[in-house]
Design a binder for this molecule. Structure first.
Ligand code: EZ4
Ligand code: CO
Length: 402
């Protein structure tokens, strides 16, 4: 089998997605997600100008060699644009291989290690009362694990929380929106929020929280320690992700489990975190972490050090990534949990898929390959719209991590 050509489909059914379609001389094609939220066209250009021309004539079964060709061959290794581009090709090739062999992808990754994939959803409220309502609503929907984010009294907006009645979406059309940040108000609020939620709902539901890279290590240590009585499943992105060493300080002070990695590009962003056992869950994804080929290696390293997976699954990752994640979730021994932020119905229509949700779990389904397709005609009705993630500033105007 040989790759004949590849094409890129950019569409915006409620939000932007970049999809790579790789075609072969046997008529089988594979899909890869190439969406880098807020920087979409950089990946389009990287693929179009520098990657697609090299794919023609290659055997799509040689996933390892093609990965190394794109990684080593670029010379400029790593970085989100490069690794997202490589991931898109890698997903598409694994999709082709599994389709050609007529098996769901998980069969090529070790088969089933479990029957179903535990997921967590988001409960985002404008204030604690609204947040509790959202938690209760999601418990009724069957979710067994819930990430809790809440607006903070006295602060205008915070991460993960939209206006009441609206859904939180990462990135909005137009120029970046500005949010404000106050560490002191946040730190005194969050433990009281979780105390209230635990008192109302009891111990059974798993609770998670995302600090979205905003604290220093010692601030995060205080938060982790004060949250201990409420038994979080994890505290996510407690500190900025760049400095792996900063997790040593945090780790010394708290037993609250730590998750990090949604913006990691490769194992070299987390080798220290894994081998020093500084984290409990790795959020690096198939999409932004170099594809199935590289995530497999990273997850296997993590397994040796008792670090489990908790793949990123926000709505800016397309159903193609969700499918790839679910095949990995089903097969990796050290699977922990999968994020589930359901796409809008229109997105599911543009990307018809075999995976489905039932009773707090996701199932990848048994369609050959990834089990996802793209409806080109429908996609064509929703052209790309420039959109940005928000920015964040402290009270005095200082730029902060969003
Ligand atoms: O901010 O996907 O845990 N999930 C998150 C997400 C990210 C967005 C960035 O594109 O932190 O909401
Ligand atoms: Co996050």
């Amino acid at each position: 089998m040989k790759i004949t050509h590849a094409e890129i489909i950019v569409c915006s059914p409620t939000r932007n997605f970049v999809t790579l379609v790789v075609h072969t001389d046997e008529g089988i094609y594979g899909l890869g997600d190439a969406t880098l939220n807020g920087r979409e066209m950089a990946v389009v250009s990287y693929l179009q100008e520098h990657v697609i021309p090299c794919l023609t004539g290659k055997d799509p079964f040689n996933t390892e060699d093609t990965w190394q060709f794109l990684y080593k061959g670029a010379y400029w290794k790593r970085g989100p644009v490069t690794m997202t581009s490589i991931a898109a090709v890698d997903m598409a090739l694994w999709d082709i291989k599994a389709k050609a062999l007529n098996v769901p992808l998980y069969q090529l990754l070790g088969g089933k290690s479990r029957e179903k994939v535990l997921v967590y959803c988001h409960a985002n409220g404008t204030d604690p009362h609204h947040t509790l309502e959202e938690v209760e609503k999601h418990i009724e929907m069957g979710y067994k694990a819930i990430r809790v984010q809440s607006g903070i009294p006295g602060m205008r907006g915070t991460y993960g929380v939209a206006k009441k009645g609206e859904k939180y979406e990462p990135a909005t059309p137009g120029l970046p929106q500005q949010y404000e940040w106050n560490t002191e108000k946040y730190l005194s609020f969050v433990p009281r929020l979780f105390e209230m939620i635990r008192n109302k709902i009891g111990e059974e539901i798993l609770l998670l929280h995302d600090a979205h890279h905003r604290l220093t290590p010692i601030e995060a240590a205080r938060l982790g320690r004060e949250l201990e009585p409420y038994h979080l499943f994890w505290l996510e992105d407690p500190v900025s992700e760049e400095l792996q060493e900063s997790f040593r300080l945090l780790r010394r002070h708290t037993t609250t489990p730590i998750a990090v990695g949604e913006i990691f590009s490769s194992v070299f962003d987390c080798h220290l975190l894994i081998t020093e056992q500084l984290i409990d869950y790795l959020r690096m994804t198939v999409l932004h972490g170099g594809g199935i080929t590289h995530i497999l290696k990273t997850a296997h390293l993590a397994e040796i050090y008792n670090v489990r997976t908790g793949f990123h699954g926000a709505t800016d990752l397309s159903p193609v990534t969700m499918a790839a994640s679910l095949h990995l979730d089903l097969s990796l021994h050290n699977f922990g949990i999968q994020e589930h932020m359901p796409h809008e119905p229109l997105v599911d229509e543009v990307f018809p898929h075999a995976y489905f949700f039932a009773g707090g779990y996701l199932y990848p389904g048994d369609a050959p390959g990834l089990g996802v397709d793209i409806n080109r005609q429908l996609a064509g009705k929703y052209p790309y719209r420039p959109a940005y993630l928000p920015i964040n500033r402290r009270d005095d105007g200082t730029m902060w991590n969003w």
